[in-house]
Ligand binder design. Sequence first.
Ligand SMILES: [Zn+2]
Ligand SMILES: [Zn+2]
Length: 83
Amino acid sequence: MTDTPKALSRQQQWRKRNPKSYLAHLAVCAALRHGVLERQPCAVCRDPKTEAHHPDYERPYEVVWLCRKHHKALHAAQKKGAA
Ligand SMILES: [Zn+2]
Ligand SMILES: [Zn+2]
């Protein structure tokens, strides 16, 4: 894929497609900043570098902490299951 300056970035495209997950993500960032939420190690492998996964985007503060690898794996599994 070639990136032109005019095209929306991947991140912007993702935001447009997933407004709820984007808002949930913002809520987590704010909660982390304010000390409401604390980043946890990966629930699977205890890797300290984690991303917040939302089982339910309607509940932005209910997150599962997963490293990039296990986060991707979970979404891949969900996609398969949902299809
Ligand atoms: Zn992991
Ligand atoms: Zn996720």
